[in-house]
Design a protein. Structure first.
Length: 282
């Protein structure tokens, strides 16, 4: 199991790896800039050499680090200005990512009141992003995250994700599943058949080759509420049985699992996740 946590970077990005390792973690996520701004004022002022040394010294692989892009990016937007700025912002973050030697970036899919238009805009926007970064040689992989279903979010259900990824090359694009998002979007993980069907769809209808990351979170609000508020693994409304079944699946053992929960219970979450991963798998 590759387990991690989303850490803050106020003390410097080079401080994250040793903190992660002190908890026995093998991966982590972070923001490369203010999550509520489109651009970083000084794009390349991060200490990349210190960051790279910290990864090597703490034996954390770059492919297991997936920074989270800013929240203002909306590649599904019907508004041309928002759409254009979203492309520019994601390109900006990918260039920072490349500067640091990282390989993947996680981004929310976006929203649009017209589902078909939204999906079309997403595909068009992603193509523009990759084209704008073509000078980098190999463009870092863009990992799209399922939504919680609030507003007009695209990608909160498996049908949207199946269609979106049918257009995307697995060499360039990947999927992040947030367990709390899926739960509040309507997948009631307290029911065994729902869990089994969800995992089966990931494997057979989307394809595990796309699954690059899991945001391992419990949820504060009920299934179907479309209200996104994370809870620690043993302190939300998703049953513990879900985590046992999900985390012990042998096909998911090499997927980074990053918790975005309160750090006040991090040690408890780590202990619980590791225990679940050792449960009997089918």
């Amino acid at each position: 199991m590759i387990l991690g946590f989303h850490f803050g970077t106020s003390s410097g990005i080079e401080k994250v790896a040793p903190i992660a390792k002190s908890f026995g973690l093998d991966c982590f996520s972070l923001f490369l800039k203010n999550r509520l701004k489109l651009f970083r004022k000084e794009a390349f002022d991060l200490d990349k050499e210190a960051f790279k040394r910290s990864l090597a010294e703490n034996d954390i692989k770059v492919e297991n680090i997936v920074p989270h892009a800013g929240y203002l990016i909306n590649l599904a937007s019907p508004d041309d200005k928002i759409f254009g700025n979203s492309i520019l912002s994601l390109v900006h973050e990918i260039r920072i990512l490349n500067y640091l030697g990282l390989k993947k970036i996680n981004v929310h899919i976006g929203s649009n009141p017209n589902r078909n238009e939204g999906i079309s805009r997403i595909i068009k926007g992603l193509s523009s992003v990759v084209e704008s970064c073509s000078d980098l040689g190999k463009v870092p992989k863009i990992v799209l995250e399922n939504g919680a279903g609030s507003g007009n979010q695209i990608g909160a259900n498996l049908e949207d994700l199946i269609e979106i990824f049918s257009y995307l090359d697995s060499n360039q694009f990947g999927l992040c599943i947030d367990t709390a998002h899926a739960f509040v979007a309507g997948y009631d993980f307290c029911q065994l058949t729902v869990v089994e069907n969800f995992i089966s769809s990931l494997k057979e209808k989307i394809g595990l080759k796309y699954l690059q990351l899991v945001h391992l979170n419990n949820a504060t609000y009920p299934s179907g509420s479309k209200r996104d508020k994370h809870a620690n693994l043993k302190h939300g409304l998703i049953s513990e049985d879900f985590f046992r079944l999900f985390l012990s699946d042998l096909d998911l053992q090499d997927i980074p699992m990053v918790m975005e929960t309160s750090s006040s219970r991090l040690e408890e979450d780590i202990e619980f996740a590791l225990l679940c991963s050792k449960s009997l798998s089918k």
